[in-house]
Design a protein around this ligand. Sequence first.
Ligand code: S3P
Length: 419
Amino acid sequence: MVRISPRERFDGEFTLPGDKSVTHRAIMFNGGVDGEAVVSNALMGEDCVSTCRCLRALGAKIDVDGTTLRVKGVSAFRRGMELDCGNSGTTMRLLTGFVAGKKIDVKLYGDASLSARPMGRVAEPLSVLGADVKTTDGHAPLYVSPATIRGGEIALTVSSAQVKSALLLAGLSADGEVVITEPVKSRDHTERLLKAMGANLQTDGNTARIFKSTLHSVDVCVPSDISSAAYFMALGALKGKTLCKNVGINPTRTGILKAFERLGVKYFLHNTHISGGEATADILVEKSDMRGITLTEVDVPSMIDELPLVALLCAFADGESRIVGAKELRVKESDRIRTTTELIRNLGGDCEELPDGFIIRGKKTLLGGTVNSYLDHRIAMTGAVGLIASKNGGEIVHPECCEISFPNFFEMLGVDLRS
Ligand code: S3P
């Protein structure tokens, strides 16, 4: 448990850790090809450490020096391995697709939270492509056996970068074209990196097509994670002025900026440039009066991990907000519709749970209270923002789960976890 005090102002310049999605992919894809690559500004949160552990078990060598990784990959993975994916859905879902065409037996397992998350959503479309993936009642552990991958067209009913990526990775060894279409385009880091590594892959709107490909290693300089920056951007909007440096602004990830525009949050992008195939910018956010907003299904994929925070901002806005079409939140590290509703209510806000989202009646001031993270990193960090912006502050139960995606979060906030 950690005590968080309210603050009159929150100002500062912040350099956030590397992007979690890009780090996973840079380690995994380079770990699965014959060659060597350097991944710099990598996130060394627990989830990415899980990806390193799995790739090492499969035969890759990964040397870690701070946030710089030297990855020596192998295309022929070791057989019969049991891979511990920890808490990481990205590790488990992407790796399942990656190993599916490698003619090896693999077991993938994870912690209690990961074992409760749906895995049929990867196993089923992978089997349409000929993969042999068995789930345990739709969940982990997963058992992948040797199979021949064939081409096929798959129209996903849910936009999920993890599922799309698993299918594209299986498509690398398919006899025939694999075509994936999503209802709304999800983050496209897999497509960008695979193309940079020489994959025969084309994208057109919400559709990606891949043919059998041989990849080569590439060095990756990881931009800072907009999902981590979002907490400091929100504190700027609520309490002062913050500048987050070198943040990835891939258009499939910038839904938070769209939410800011609708809320009336003043933000400015500086130093916009392309680094390693991904756009980055410094994002300045200033204290703003916010108004209620509406978000629907089309808005969700580009801010999926930021929605608990956006809901919190709505609780501080003037007027009613409606967030719908977000039932994916129910199958994240916690049921984020339930845990976010509880968080806002425990701080004194007015939030109503919908099957697929929230109605939030903004109050401008929240009193504070106790937030249970339910061991979900995004809930813990959203709670910290809410408490700093509240009148009286309060406590977070199980704050340590921030290690998953943002190991020095509390340090950067100026909060001593031992307090
Ligand atoms: C991720 C995709 C998203 C996101 C997760 C990371 C990725 O999950 O919530 O934090 O790196 O591909 P879904 O694909 O399940 O939406």
